[in-house]
Design a protein around this ligand. Structure first.
Ligand SMILES: [Zn+2]
Length: 377
């Protein structure tokens, strides 16, 4: 998404702030001990006895409770310690973009996440790496046909091209290694805002159908690398309508990202209208219809409640305070839960050292974690 590019620009400038995060976390629970694939590492009563039964961890409605953040915002733990905030408030997943993951500072961060039972995953647009644009000169048929009947390599590709799908399968396996998550969830999104293919074979397929042709190829390929792999189908912008023709592979999960929603009204307010005249009623209809195709139990929401890149209109030099409304957030997660959704991620881009310097400690991160952790149906 657009914010990724802009956030990278501020990476260098974020390193020098040293303000402490002084807010006391609202301690009600420790961390996401039930986190899949992690042993939690606590439940220790301090006696060292091993025969004591493990205290029963209450089952949480929201299984995945996470943040999508820029590395530049989370890398300086002296300024804002995301791992500590997550640990204290039940946040159990980070999706981090923009990191140089061969650097020791990343390894230290990843080690701290592992110790705290926090999963790492990578939610990013990946189409230009699955189908490199420079193949256009030799294989224009791999790429999409625009409405004028011309092959163009501006975005995405032609999902009816066997050559394109073979290239995508090959590159997906490499990317699955480079972007290996700790929770088996992969997010190789299509291009942000890119057009689709209008060739004779593709023109009857809507955006989601075309996306699924790519995604079905990707999941088959990455399961050769990781048999437990799951892949997101992003329901976002042009792709909110459900697929009409193509059936998703069983290990593709729905990721619903209501990017244009109103941030002043709960998603349950059907009359509310967000950016680009997008109505909440349209979003809720799309969510319902998509959940008739994709399993609710693996579906996930990607929200924007704390996305300061959105609120600051992607200008990191003029940060706006996040208009956090805990009541609206709680209403929203109740709405999502009513659809059977148990996995929530939220952007918190630009909520880093510069934000803390300007506005103080972002206590909404704690309310976010606690709200998800303590939610009961
Ligand atoms: Zn096509």
């Amino acid at each position: 998404m657009k914010r990724i590019f802009l956030t990278l620009l501020m990476a260098a400038g974020c390193l020098s702030f040293t303000l402490c995060s002084c807010s006391e976390p609202a301690v009600q629970a420790d961390s996401g001990e039930e986190n899949v694939g992690q042993d939690g590492g606590d439940g220790d009563d301090g006696t060292g006895d091993t025969d004591d039964p493990e205290p029963a961890e209450p089952e949480r409605w929201f299984i995945q409770r996470g943040l999508v953040a820029s590395w530049s915002d989370v890398m300086n733990a002296d300024a804002i310690d995301y791992v500590e905030i997550a640990k204290a408030n039940g946040i159990n997943t980070f999706s981090i973009f923009g990191a140089e993951r061969t650097w020791p500072i990343w390894q230290k961060f990843a080690d701290r996440c592992a110790e705290a039972g926090i999963d790492l995953e990578y939610e990013e647009h990946m189409m230009s790496r699955l189908l490199p644009r420079d193949l256009f000169s030799t294989h224009p048929e791999y790429f999409r046909m625009n409405e004028k009947g011309q092959r163009v390599n501006d975005a995405n590709g032609c999902p009816s091209s066997e050559g394109a799908l073979a290239e995508i399968r090959k590159n997906a396996k490499t990317l699955a290694v480079d972007y290996a998550p700790t929770n088996d969830k992969y997010y190789f999104w299509l291009d942000d805002g890119g057009g689709v293919c209008h060739c004779d074979k593709c023109k009857g397929l809507n955006y989601a159908d075309q996306a699924l042709l790519f995604e079905n190829a990707v999941i088959e390929a990455i399961k050769e690398v990781n048999p437990e792999a799951m892949l997101a189908h992003l329901c976002y912008a042009a792709s909110i309508d459900p697929p009409q023709t193509v059936k998703p592979h069983e290990d593709i999960f729905l990721e619903f990202a209501p990017f244009y929603r109103s941030m002043s009204d709960p998603i349950s307010s059907e009359w509310a209208v967000g950016r680009y005249s997008m109505k909440h009623s349209t979003y809720l209809r799309a969510l319902k219809e998509n959940l008739e195709v994709f399993p609710p139990e693996t579906a996930q929401v990607l929200e924007y409640w704390m996305d300061d890149s959105l609120f600051s209109e992607w200008d990191p030099t003029d940060l706006v305070e996040v208009p956090w409304d805990n009541g609206m957030f709680l209403d929203d997660i109740d709405t999502y839960a009513s659809y059977g959704i148990r996995n929530i991620m939220c952007y918190c881009v630009y909520v880093g050292p510069s934000y803390v310097n300007k506005f103080g400690f972002p206590a909404f991160l704690e309310e976010y974690g606690q709200g998800l952790l303590n939610y009961e149906r």
